[in-house]
Every structure is written in structure tokens, then in C-alpha cells.
Design a binder for this molecule. Structure first.
Ligand code: TRP
Ligand code: ZN
Length: 901
């Protein structure tokens, strides 16, 4: 079974030392069988220049050593431990080490290393899974070339895949066969992969710009083949986009994507053989929503873009994870934005881009900001970790992407491209650091980016507060920006050493709602041509910027397009926010004005609810939302986003002592006020945004469906929801796609369990054999609002016993358990503490099966100190219960950090 019980050891970035040995090449042979697989590993090793170690220390976990040889002769100087193998007194000269080991794929429930899913074999090696396959220098700065031979029963495993190019196949005695693969590109072990089983492929041949032909394959179980069209199309678009935008071509003859139903994360960028969670490959109109389609496009892009940013140039050590992840998320965001914008009018393209940006920022602020304010806060380039799997975080990925985006904001697209070109010219084939990337950006743009390094080394979300002063006689407008940090853990505080370089985009809006020309005075000089948006570079703790020739007192539009991952405060009045919500030319800030307006009202409603006071909402606010809802010059996708209120968990983060019940009551009151105040407009939006004709997951159609369904959901919050119930029932019955069907069902669940009963049963029967659709069925019941006094947890408990539920399948566990604990705040935080007891039970149950998944769930209580005293104490008890029973270092790191004083 899993042996994760070893004492927790903290790994520190400052302790990095280069490897003592290099591996010139490796040959792996697999005799695949589910119970016991035998791996023969033949490595050509040599001491690294200058290294003199007598012993070779290899990583290894859960392996059985069968045999060790050096240069073809048995070697007895080997010592096996729980985490590796020491080979002593190895030769001075280069030598060949052969190790034969066995492992147990069908017993591997951690889904790290070699495992079985639905009778097929898969691997997952990032970050440290390769050591569960064979003894190795399992660290990203050890790169070598792999030749891999797979042997297995032909009947059971007709398809045998690994990285690179297929060089040989053939028959073996006893109904077995083999395939040999060679990957010409040196790679770290975390990019190794193999797949074996009963799979079929959708294939496509494409010609890249050099004229070379490439073979693309998407491998799935046979019955899923019709659901691979969109993934293939996304792959083709990704390849074209990376050549067009960054001049980066596909470098292998063949590129494969494989889908697997049991997977810990979204997908994995193994060289030439990407392995994907089915969720990010399989889609058709009946079973996947608009959001699923857009997730597939983004993740296919993300993994493909890793081929250059991650694989050709990789990380020196895991502290540099954001080097590949932050950069690759930035690239997939840009790709998705370009795809959404393609083909439309300039206005439609701008709206589509803005919608993507708003979505990305909303995710960052909801999740990464909370992470950065809690006990797991860490810099984009962390200084230490106990379990590296715990550092595949929002900070490394999403804040890391914002840090990369800031280079582009500072230098423009062309300057950014120059930096990328220099990065590849310098580092192709190497394992490097975040500093190397920054140096390439600095050198290509002749800029000193010393101060910018702080974005990588300081934890916590920066705060920028702004004040403004208009001098009518002098026609000057001064804006003073002050930067600092909010409350943070002691560890995070210790990283906060000085002011950041913050690219701060600003516009000045005149009384007619139009942008004023900006003339910035600096060092007594007026800078360049007037513009309407200017990126100020804030480098000091406090700095004042002066605009000249400002004809009237303007309203500042701050941090346009969210030009830096910071929290901005400025004393806007409600009337000023209403004005910006109606006029700001920057679509991000137009949306932002609405969010600020709503957040302020919601927080004061929550305050009133917590005190037991009567709730009321200024009709001007309702009117402001109504104007945006009715404005048909705005893209439906934008209007949908504008109408979507900040989530309960985001609002709770804004309160010193959060009371989830009060937040829930506040948000519901606000929704009801909008529904009652805008009933006719919502009805009109519903009717006008029906999409006729064949389903297409295009940004435009998805935007219309999104607006229509958000309107439906508001209508369901009317005092009398009968009309909404009728619309939802009709929509459910007539739906020819999952977006419409699931939105209708979610709305019926919102109205109440009895309204949803029949369609829920229908949904189950319809999709009984469709795992991803069934995940939705579990998820929507787990996130159901529930009437006051009603315990949705009781439904969740019953669903845990449903024959289709399994804790071993991460997607299913996420659909039911995570959705309840992380996506249903008011129910999870029930005052009786039942949600927390359930959480503790499930974390411990998962811990024994799959520590990576358990540890993600464990994190849903890390903000426990932010809640009211009564809840806090119950949360502490649940955390202590987990701390007492935990086995894995994954979960232990999370709960110990959460409980630390
Ligand atoms: N490198 C993967 C990505 O972001 C992440 C990943 C996939 C992963 N599977 C994993 C990380 C398992 C840790 C463990 O594209
Ligand atoms: Zn990635």
C-alpha cells in the first residue's frame, strides 16, 4: 500500500545543488501486467564534471528490486531504503547500470506512477511519479534521451504508446507483442509517459509552415471516438497559433493526446504523448456545456504550449515551477482570447477578449487572493515545501501568469516576443530558473528588471490605494498611488521586503463619459503623444503622477484591464461607480465598476443580516444593473458577466469575521431585488437570446446562452417563481444540448427539490453511461441552494451511497464532495458543524486512497480563522481530527500549516 508515513522534511530552495551524475541515455523495458509489472532500466551514467561522489543515490518509491548490474555484472553494493536506492562505489569511468524492479499497477490508487484505469495502463510522472516506476535521478535538471520497449498481451493491450517516434513493433510468444519508441529530445523524467490498452484514435495529418507533415492523434476508448472532434480541432488551432504568435513549431513527427477517466489533475504535457483527464478531451453537444468546450480548448492549448515552455526549456528545480506554468497559463489565456475574438467585427472581438479577461481575473481574485491571504501563502517562486504536489497552486499558475502578462504590458507584444525569442535562443534544451526568464526579458528590451524580481519572491496580494487632486486653474490632475500589503501569515510577511514595479494602467473619464486625452508630465516634461490609456510605472511606496491640460475634473479609471495582480482602493461614490459602469471605455473596468458597486452593497447587506437588521437596497443600484442588462450594444457575454454577482466565498473573504449565513442572506436579497426590479427586462433577455439552429460552441452563441440562462436563474428568484419554473421545464424538455439542459435543471433545483425531481431522474437515466454527464448530476445536487433549515448534506450523504459513486475516481469525488465543501458555502458552513465533520471524514478516507486528491480537499478549511468564533472552533476541531489521523505528507503539510499559530 501507500507508504507516505515518513516524517515530514522541508525542502528549501537555497539548498539546491547540481546533480552529481549525468545520464547519457536510458533504455526502459516494460513487461506490463496489472498485478505486477517488471521494469528493466538500463542507464549510461557518468559523474558530473567536478563531482566526486563515490555513491550514486537514486530516488525510488514502492518498488521491489529484483536485480542490479553494473556493466553487465551483478552488483551487490546496493542499499534499498523507503525513498530510494544507494549504489555504492560505482566506477570512476562512465558505466552502465541495469536495474530490474517490479511495481503493482492495479494496486496503485494514488494515480501517480504506473496505474490501471478501466483495464488500461497509464502513467503520471509529474512531479515525482517516475520514481514509482523505476529507480532514477528523478529531478527535472537531469535530462536524457529515452528508448522504451513495451511488452504486453496483444488481446488485452493492443495499443502500446510512449514518447517520441515509433521505431519497431512485433509479435512475441504467448500472445504477447511489443512496441519500441524513441524520443530524440532529451527530457527530464517527469515528462516520461506510457499508455497501453484498448484504445482507438481520431487521426489528422497537418502540414506546418516548414512544409513538414505531422500526424496528430487523439486516443480514447472506442465508444468515445465521436466525442474527440473538438479536442482535435483545438489541437490544430494550438499548433497554428504557436507558430503564428511565437514562431514555435511542432518538433515531433507525431503528437498524441490520450484521455483517461481516472486522473488527479486536468492534463499532463508528456513529450509527444499528452495524457488528459477525459473532462478536457471528450465533448459533444448532448453531454458537454459551453464551459466544457472552452475548457477543452484552453487545456489542449495549455498542454501543447508546454512543448516549448516546459519541455524544450524546462525547470532547474521544482521551486521554478511557475517558469513553465505561469508562462504556459499566460500563453493559453492569450490563445483562448484570440480564438474567441477570431472572425468577429472589431467590436465583437474586443468584447470577446474582455469576457475572457474578466473570467480569468474573477478566478484569480476569488481563489488566488484567498490563498495569498491564508496559511499556505507563498511566493510565485516558493522558498520551501514539504510536498511539491501541494505547490501546483493558483499562485504558481494564475498569479504566475499575471506576472508574465506584466512583461507584455510593460514592453508591448513585440517587446515580449523579443524576450521570448532570446529566452529560447539562450536556453533551448536546458533546465533553467525564473531569473533566466526575467533576464531574457530584461536584455531583449534593454531594461533593468532587478526590482521586478520581487514579484517572484514576495508572498501576499499587494494593495494600491489611490487619491486624486484636480486643480481647475492649473488644469492639472494629480494621482497619488501608495503600495503595501494587507494582513498576512508570518511566513508571508517575512517575504515582503520592498515596493514592487507595478504597471498601473489608467484612463481619465470626462463628464460626457468619453476618455480625456492623457498628457503625463514627468521630470518637468510632457510625455509623448496624448493617449487615452497610459501605463504608469509605480516603483516607489508612494508616488504622484501629474496629468496636464486636463480640461475638466475627470473620473479616474484605475488599473485598466487589470494590469497588475493587486487590490486597488479608491473612494468612489456610488454615483461615480454607476457612471463608470455605464461609460468606461475599458470593458474590464466597466465590469469592475459594477462589481465594486455590488460588492459594497452586498457587504453592507451582510453586515445588516448578521446584526438581524432589516435589509434594503438602493433602487439606483438596481437601475444601474438594468441599464447594462438592456444595453444591446453590449455583447451578451459581457452582460452575463456584469449580471453575475461576486460569489459568497469571495464576499466572505472581504469580511474580517465572516458569517456565511449572513453573506448568503445578503446575496439572496440582492438577487431578489434585481429579479423583482428587472422582471420584464430579464424576461426580454431570456426571449431575445434564444439561440436557434444547430448547436455550436462558439463564443457568440455561448455568450447568448449564458445571458439567457443567467436571466432565467434570476427569474427563479422572484417571489413567485412559477413562470421561471415553466420556462425551465420547457427548456429542459426541448433542449438539444447540455448547456441548455443542465442550466434548466440547475434552475429547477434552485426553485426547490420537488420542481427538480422528475427532470433529475430523467437526467440520470439519459446519462447513466456517460461518466462526465453523471458528474454534473452529482455536482448540481451537491451545490443546490437548499431552503432555510434544509440540510443539503443529507442529500450528499445519500448520494455517497449511490452505486454510481466512487471515492477512487477523482472526477466523481470532486463532483460530489469538493462541490459541496467548496461550492456550497452556506450549506458547508452549517452552524451545527455537520459540514466540517463530513469534511474531516472524507479527507481521511481519501488520504488512504489518493493523497494528492485528499490534500486538495484538505485545503477547503485553511481560511478557518476568518470565520465567526462559533464556526472557527468547530473548524479547528475538524482540522485537529484530521491532523491526528493523517498518513500522507501531502495532507499533513496542509493541516499543520492551517493549525500553526
Ligand atoms: N503539468 C500539468 C499541467 O499543468 C499539471 C499536472 C498534471 C500535475 N498532472 C499532475 C501536477 C499531477 C502534479 C501532479 O499542465
Ligand atoms: Zn501546465
Amino acid at each position: 500500500m501507500l507508504d507516505n508515513s515518513a516524517a515530514s522534511v522541508t525542502i528549501r530552495r537555497v539548498d539546491y545543488t547540481p546533480p552529481a551524475f549525468a545520464i547519457d541515455k536510458v533504455e526502459l523495458e516494460f513487461d506490463l501486467a496489472p498485478l505486477t509489472t517488471t521494469v528493466t532500466n538500463r542507464m549510461q551514467l557518468r559523474r558530473a564534471p567536478g563531482a566526486s561522489a563515490r555513491d550514486l543515490v537514486l530516488h525510488g518509491e514502492d518498488l521491489e528490486l529484483v536485480r542490479a548490474e553494473i556493466d553487465g555484472k551483478p552488483w551487490t553494493g546496493v542499499q534499498v531504503s523507503t525513498d530510494g536506492l544507494t549504489v555504492s562505489n560505482v566506477p570512476e569511468q562512465p558505466f552502465e547500470l541495469t536495474l530490474v524492479t517490479t511495481n503493482r499497477p492495479s494496486a496503485n490508487t494514488s494515480l501517480s506512477g504506473l496505474y490501471v484505469s478501466n483495464h488500461n495502463f497509464f502513467t503520471q510522472c509529474e512531479a515525482e511519479g517516475f520514481r514509482r516506476i523505476t529507480y532514477f535521478l528523478d529531478r527535472p535538471d537531469v535530462m536524457t534521451t529515452y528508448t522504451v520497449t513495451l511488452r504486453a498481451s496483444r488481446a488485452d493491450y493492443p495499443v502500446l504508446l510512449s514518447n517520441g517516434n515509433l521505431v519497431e513493433t512485433g509479435e512475441l510468444p504467448d500472445g504477447r507483442h511489443f512496441a519500441r519508441w524513441h524520443d530524440p529530445f532529451p527530457k527530464p523524467s517527469y515528462l516520461f509517459a506510457l499508455v497501453a490498452g484498448k484504445l482507438v484514435a481520431r487521426e489528422q495529418r497537418i502540414r506546418i509552415r516548414s512544409g513538414e507533415e505531422k500526424l496528430l492523434q487523439v486516443w480514447v476508448e472506442p465508444h468515445d471516438l465521436p466525442k474527440t472532434e473538438y479536442a482535435m480541432q483545438s489541437l490544430v488551432h494550438s499548433i497554428e497559433w504557436d507558430e503564428e504568435r511565437f514562431g514555435l513549431p511542432l518538433d515531433l513527427e507525431r503528437f498524441m493526446i490520450v484521455a483517461v477517466g481516472d486522473f488527479n489533475m486536468g492534463a499532463m504535457e508528456n513529450k509527444g504523448l499528452n495524457i488528459f483527464n477525459t473532462k478536457y478531451v471528450l465533448a459533444d453537444a448532448e453531454t458537454a456545456t459551453d464551459i466544457d468546450f472552452s475548457g477543452i480548448e484552453a487545456v489542449v492549448g495549455h498542454e501543447y504550449f508546454h512543448n516549448w515552455t516546459g519541455n524544450r526549456v524546462t525547470c532547474r528545480d521544482w521551486f521554478q515551477l511557475s517558469l513553465k506554468e505561469g508562462l504556459t497559463v499566460f500563453r493559453d489565456q492569450e490563445f483562448s482570447a484570440d480564438m474567441a475574438a477570431a472572425g468577429g467585427s472589431p467590436e465583437a472581438a474586443a468584447a470577446a477578449r474582455a469576457a475572457r479577461r474578466i473570467d480569468d481575473v474573477r478566478g484569480l481574485r476569488q481563489n488566488q487572493f484567498a490563498e495569498d491571504a491564508g496559511p499556505m501563502a507563498h511566493p510565485v517562486r516558493p522558498d520551501s515545501y514539504v510536498e511539491i504536489n501541494n505547490f501546483y497552486t493558483m499562485t504558481v499558475y494564475e498569479k504566475g501568469a499575471e506576472v508574465v502578462r506584466m512583461y507584455q504590458t510593460l514592453f508591448g507584444r513585440d517587446g515580449f516576443r523579443k524576450g521570448m525569442d532570446l529566452y529560447f535562443a539562450r536556453h533551448d534544451g536546458q533546465a533553467v530558473t525564473c531569473d533566466d526568464f526575467r533576464a531574457a526579458m530584461a536584455d531583449a528590451n534593454q531594461r533593468d528588471l532587478t526590482q521586478f524580481e520581487r514579484w517572484y519572491s514576495q508572498a501576499g496580494t499587494p494593495h494600491v490605494s489611490a487619491t486624486a487632486q484636480y486643480d481647475a486653474a492649473a488644469r492639472t490632475f494629480d494621482i497619488t498611488l501608495t503600495q503595501g500589503y494587507g494582513p498576512a501569515s508570518a511566513d508571508a510577511k517575512a517575504t515582503q521586503k520592498g515596493p514592487l514595479l507595478i504597471p498601473f494602467a489608467i484612463g481619465l473619464v470626462g463628464s460626457d463619459g468619453k476618455d480625456l486625452p492623457l498628457r503625463l508630465a514627468q521630470d518637468g516634461q510632457v510625455l509623448a503623444e496624448p493617449q487615452t490609456t497610459r501605463v504608469l510605472e509605480l516603483t516607489e511606496t508612494e508616488q504622484t503622477f501629474r496629468f496636464v491640460d486636463v480640461a475638466e475634473e475627470p473620473l479616474p479609471s484605475l488599473l485598466r484591464n487589470f494590469s497588475a495582480p493587486v487590490i486597488v482602493s479608491y473612494d468612489y461614490t456610488d454615483a461615480q461607480l454607476t457612471f463608470l459602469f455605464a461609460h468606461d471605455s475599458d470593458p474590464f473596468n466597466r465590469w469592475e465598476a459594477g462589481q465594486r458597486l455590488a460588492t459594497r452593497a452586498l457587504l453592507s447587506l451582510a453586515d445588516a443580516a448578521a446584526r438581524g437588521d432589516a435589509l434594503s437596497l438602493d433602487p439606483e443600484i438596481v437601475a444601474a444593473f438594468g441599464r447594462v442588462l438592456r444595453d444591446s450594444t453590449l455583447a451578451p457575454a459581457f452582460r452575463e458577466l456584469a449580471l453575475t454577482l461576486p460569489s459568497e466565498s469571495y464576499l466572505a473573504e472581504q469580511i474580517e469575521e465572516a458569517d456565511p449565513a449572513a453573506v448568503h442572506a445578503a446575496r439572496l436579497f440582492f438577487r431578489r431585488a434585481l429579479a423583482n426590479g428587472l422582471r420584464d427586462d430579464l424576461m426580454a433577455a431570456y426571449e431575445q437570446n434564444r439561440v436557434e439552429g444547430l448547436y455550436e460552441p462558439s463564443a457568440v452563441d455561448a455568450g447568448r446562452r449564458g445571458l439567457k440562462n443567467v436571466a432565467l436563474s434570476y427569474l427563479a428568484d422572484l417571489d413567485d417563481p412559477d413562470d421561471a419554473a415553466e420556462l425551465a421545464r420547457a427548456q429542459y424538455d426541448s433542449a438539444d444540448n447540455m448547456t441548455e439542459r443542465s442550466a434548466a435543471l440547475v434552475t429547477l433545483l434552485q426553485i426547490g427539490p420537488s420542481a427538480a425531481r422528475a427532470p433529475l431522474d430523467d437526467f440520470y437515466l439519459r446519462f447513466e453511461k456517460e461518466a462526465l454527464a453523471l458528474d454534473k448530476w452529482f455536482g448540481m445536487q451537491a451545490t443546490r441552494r437548499g431552503a432555510p433549515g434544509e440540510r443539503v448534506l443529507d442529500d450528499v450523504g445519500a448520494l455517497m451511497a449511490h452505486p454510481a459513486f466512487s471515492l477512487k475516481n477523482p472526477n466523481r469525488a470532486r463532483a460530489l464532495i469538493f462541490q459541496f465543501c467548496m461550492g456550497n458555502a452556506a450549506q458547508f458552513h452549517a452552524t451545527d458543524g455537520s459540514g466540517y465533520a463530513f469534511w474531516a471524514e472524507q479527507v481521511l478516507a481519501l488520504d488512504a486512497i489518493n493523497p494528492q486528491v485528499a490534500s486538495r480537499l484538505a485545503r477547503s478549511l485553511e481560511r478557518w480563522r476568518k470565520f465567526t468564533p462559533a464556526l472557527r472552533e468547530k473548524m479547528r476541531a475538524a482540522l485537529e481530527r484530521v491532523a491526528a489521523g493523517v498518513q500522507s505528507k501531502d495532507v499533513r503539510e496542509v493541516v499543520e500549516k492551517a493549525l500553526a499559530p
